[in-house]
Design a protein around this ligand. Structure first.
Ligand SMILES: [Zn+2]
Length: 470
């Protein structure tokens, strides 16, 4: 943005800047409120609503005037390539939905020879989009609400709280547009990190040596990308696929684990990734996020996850030197499967068999646990033997990931509960009963949610946020 178009616009929305209209409004408002206070039995809530109603017209006017001034001062330069625009003409009116109601702005248009496109420099200067009719604040409202709740609810909440009328279909379109912008931003930030140019994105780390913990998991989401084509697909012999994996990861420094006053475990600072874009997308996003959280400086990197092989392949590929740990809860579930195969009708005997083994597992005596599994597998026959054999293989596969005694000694997590609860939180929005997504829709809104969680919302909506507060 050229600095010349900023200078003559008020640096803030100080009322003095707008002179007479504000004085008129003050008189009107005072008179109106004085009339209403003694005659009715109002709460402060009534007064809040009344003041908002009475000032809205003024806010709308102020926004329109200031925006028009800024539009008028935008130089005739292509906002994409910086080339001087040709055939410039004026007076192209467009109305935008703002937080104070519709505002209309007249803009200039010019031809960029280099881009071979018509450009409206004022749109760029004001943060407006070619295709959307929402002001930056309304863009933000749509993005934030739709990433937190279904759009029909979001539309009603928005109107109820702010008076901004955005029908569900419009809100949905705007939120997706913002989500796609967030995806492009994420890609740009991740590429900077991976190219070694992302130091400004990194969290600040002291001199102390630290362990970085990475947890990885997946869940599934229901999509229906081919509306009305299911029968055709079936006729061709392919059953339409509805359920798809969403991959997630989180990373944090071990010293960032803490507890609330009531004893609930919390992580003070961490980075999260969540994507429907496949394992490759997860690998790239998680690697960039780990670099942001200090993977390059960590004395130790530790990965904790369940037994899914794609996870450990990803870890070998991208975090080859990391320590690895199988989630204890998953390990114990697999041991329970053997207990049930041994004692299908005797819960007490199953308990008696498993309890010393769970203790051994926790104490790091996994060699003894595996030896016991081998012994009992030999004793079983038929189906029960097959069941126990597959569990034995599971423990043999993960034999080097069962160092639970070390976890205890070093105050490290035994399990991947942090990412599991994060996945559940995403599911509260993205896995509601009766919900179907499209691939592009779910990824866009999940990306917005992730920017919010990671405290990077201000990178998408610089007008709105104090980064420390979101
Ligand atoms: Zn251009």
């Amino acid at each position: 943005m050229k600095s010349c178009c900023m200078q003559s616009v008020p640096p803030d929305s100080s009322y003095e800047t707008f002179g007479q209209p504000v004085l008129d409004w003050k008189a009107r408002l005072t008179a109106g409120l004085n009339r209403s206070i003694p005659t009715t039995n109002q709460t402060m809530g009534d007064l809040e609503r009344q003041i908002v109603q009475q000032t809205q017209g003024l806010e709308q006017k102020l926004l329109e005037e200031a925006s028009q001034r800024k539009a008028d001062q935008s130089p005739p330069v292509c906002p994409v390539c910086g080339h001087q625009l040709r055939q410039v003409s004026h007076g192209y009116e467009r109305t935008y939905q703002s937080r104070f109601g519709p505002v209309t702005i007249r803009r200039s248009r010019g031809w960029c020879k280099r881009c071979k496109a018509w450009r409206f420099p004022a749109d760029y200067a004001l943060g407006l989009e070619d295709t959307g009719g929402a002001s930056p604040s309304v863009q933000e409202m749509a993005a934030l609400l739709a990433s937190k709740m279904p759009v029909s609810e979001a539309s009603a909440v928005l109107e109820h709280l702010t008076g901004v009328k955005l029908p569900p279909a419009t809100l949905d379109r705007e939120a997706r547009r913002q989500g796609q912008r967030a995806e492009r931003k994420r890609k740009e930030l991740d590429e900077q990190m991976s190219a070694g140019k992302g130091s400004a994105q990194c969290v600040s780390i002291g001199q102390q040596s630290f362990t970085l913990v990475i947890e990885i998991d997946a869940w599934n989401i229901r999509e229906r990308d081919h509306w009305g084509q299911s029968e055709q697909q079936r006729a061709k012999g392919t059953e339409p696929e509805r359920w798809h994996w969403v991959y997630g990861g989180t990373c944090f420094r071990l010293d960032q684990r803490s507890q609330t006053d009531s004893g609930r475990p919390i992580i003070l600072s961490r980075g999260t990734v969540m994507t429907r874009g496949g394992i490759d997308a997860l690998r790239q996003q998680l690697f960039a996020e780990c670099l942001r959280q200090g993977a390059g400086q960590a004395a130790e990197v530790l990965v904790v996850a369940d037994g899914a092989m794609w996870i450990w392949n990803l870890v070998a590929d991208r975090f080859g030197t990391a320590s690895q740990r199988l989630d204890f809860y998953h390990a114990s579930e697999h041991l329970w499967a053997v207990a049930h195969a041994l004692h299908p009708d005797d819960a007490r005997a199953a308990h008696q068999w498993i309890e010393p083994l769970l203790k051994k597992l926790k104490a790091g005596r996994s060699v003894q646990v595996i030896a016991e599994l081998k012994t009992v597998t030999r004793r079983l026959r038929a189906k029960r033997r097959v069941a126990a054999q597959s569990q034995l293989e599971y423990f043999q596969t993960h034999r080097d990931r069962l160092d639970y005694h070390i976890a205890k000694k070093r105050g490290q997590p035994l399990g991947s509960g942090a990412i599991e609860s994060t996945c559940r939180q995403y599911q509260c929005r993205f896995k509601r009963p009766g919900q179907f997504w499209t691939r592009s829709g779910d990824e866009a809104l999940m990306c917005l949610e992730t920017f919010w969680r990671n405290g990077r919302w201000h990178l998408l909506f610089p007008h709105s946020s104090d980064p420390a507060k979101n």
